[in-house]
Design a protein around this ligand. Structure first.
Ligand SMILES: Cc1cc2nc3c(=O)[nH]c(=O)nc-3n(C[C@H](O)[C@H](O)[C@H](O)COP(=O)(O)OP(=O)(O)OC[C@H]3O[C@@H](n4cnc5c(N)ncnc54)[C@H](O)[C@@H]3O)c2cc1C
Length: 415
């Protein structure tokens, strides 16, 4: 890799890793080399995945549809890092060896670092529910989103005469609610396209707890429930899935539901690479970090974003896995590396109360901003502005504007 005595390696170019790389580049003198590694050639804009899973662009050419959806969700690192002193390598990490200060990659290559930032994100957590891994479709990556979209489409193509089609989404958190809202719009369009009575297609959202969106305030939970009802989504709370046979979802209370497609949106766990790192304290598969985001015993190693475990003093539990938190931690890790190089003590992470913007089908979003809640088209505009602000934080203004307009246009085509 790049030959310098000051290698700072960032593993993972998601929300946390990319932010950290961009901030480090601004802070550090040229003798330091910032290396960003990701197994994909692109940065995934996850808040758009539910759109990618349900988009039906008006462009009739399959290949162009795919290209449009991919372009909106996946932003190439080459384009993002052009002209920057950040070296990007597309490589799959296989092992992290902290005592040797080394990273091993698929294919056998090795890299050594002076400073390391681990930002490899999370994976779907099926909680060992029998039949789920391999049976249900998760929504964590662009490929997952494209697979869900293809499966829903194929369901309509394959079963034109089936009396009923049932799609179940397991998990009534942010991902499940957002996906259910947009999926309802998609199904409405597919019914028209395939000349199918909408009454013969059902979309069910299943949640094991008594309410949807448990991290949010009751008023927002109530609004979300009403919106989903309005979109004809059948919401079933207190439904703990115990098993999936591929045809039936079996619940802990003995009930069952026949389904044609099951999508899993019920939980996450830290990237499994974390579990294999020896000498690091873990909490449910997440890497425990100190308030400086350093790993105890390894002062030049930081973990950030979904992979890191740090208690949120407001809730006395793991701080929520959000892009917002990952970015704040990316900035802080960059600051603390710069401070360490300057011989200064680190700044400590102080989680801010989380703010949420939850789009639920069409031009409608719920914004939970502490004391106020905004619902409807105004909420959708707030969500769109947040999207634009993010794009502008990682690319020049003119490119952010073009990307935002193209993406927004694609997103509203189901409305
Ligand atoms: C469908 C969906 C919608 C979401 N919507 C929102 C939202 O609206 N607002 C919000 O705040 N949060 C949202 N989130 C949560 C948010 O995406 C995560 O909290 C955030 O991405 C975490 O950032 P991160 O940097 O820790 O990990 P990620 O952004 O997931 O980045 C991890 C990176 O590591 C790379 N990687 C993984 N394994 C390897 C490997 N072995 N080798 C090399 N590279 C690897 C991946 O390719 C990826 O680029 C959503 C998540 C999902 C799944």
């Amino acid at each position: 890799m790049v030959g310098t005595t000051h290698n700072i390696i960032i593993l993972g170019g998601g929300f946390g890793g990319l932010r950290c790389a961009l901030d480090l580049e601004r802070r550090l003198p040229p003798e330091y080399s910032v290396i960003l590694i990701d197994k994909e050639a692109y940065h995934t804009f996850t808040p758009w995945l539910y759109e990618a899973a349900t988009a039906l662009p008006r462009n009739s050419n399959e290949r162009n549809q795919f290209y449009e959806i991919r372009k909106a969700t996946a932003i190439g690192f080459t384009e993002l890092l052009r002209g920057k002193r950040i070296h990007f390598f597309q490589k799959e990490v296989e092992g992290i060896h902290l005592t040797d200060r080394a990273i091993t990659f698929a294919g056998g290559s090795i890299a050594r670092y002076d400073y390391l930032v681990i930002a490899l994100g999370s994976v779907a957590n099926f909680y060992s529910t029998p039949g789920m891994a391999g049976g249900a479709y998760p929504l964590k990556t662009l490929n997952d989103a494209l697979t869900v979209r293809a499966q829903v489409y194929e369901l309509f193509e394959r079963t034109p005469r089936d009396p009923y089609l049932t799609i179940a989404i397991v998990g009534g958190g942010l991902n499940g609610v957002e996906l259910a809202g947009e999926c309802a719009r998609m199904l409405k369009h597919l019914c028209t396209q395939f000349r199918r009575d909408p009454k013969t297609v059902s979309l069910t959202l299943l949640e094991s707890r008594p309410t949807l969106l448990t991290d949010l305030r009751p008023r927002v939970q109530h609004e979300a429930m009403n919106r989903l009802k309005h979109l004809n989504v059948s919401v079933r709370t207190n439904q703990h899935v115990a098993n999936y046979t591929g045809q039936y979802l079996l619940f802990q209370d003995g009930q069952q539901l026949e389904v044609d497609l099951c999508i899993w949106a019920a939980g996450i766990k830290g990237n499994p690479l974390g579990e294999a790192i020896s000498g690091v304290q873990q909490e449910n598969g997440f890497l425990c970090v100190e308030p400086s985001l350093q790993i105890a015993g390894f002062p030049t190693v930081y973990a950030i974003g979904d992979m890191a475990y740090i208690e949120d003093p407001h809730k006395l539990m793991r701080a929520s896995a959000t892009a917002q938190k990952a970015m704040v931690q990316g900035t802080l890790a960059a600051e603390n590396i710069a401070r360490s190089l300057a011989g200064q003590p680190p700044t400590l992470f102080r989680p801010l109360p989380a703010r949420y913007a939850v789009p639920i089908g069409g031009k409608y979003a719920l914004v939970d901003a502490g004391i106020i809640t905004i619902a409807g088209i105004l909420g959708w505009w707030v969500k769109s502005i947040i999207h634009f602000k993010y794009l502008w934080s990682i690319m020049p203004l003119h490119k952010a504007m073009v990307h935002w307009v193209e993406t927004t246009w694609l997103g509203v085509q189901n409305d």
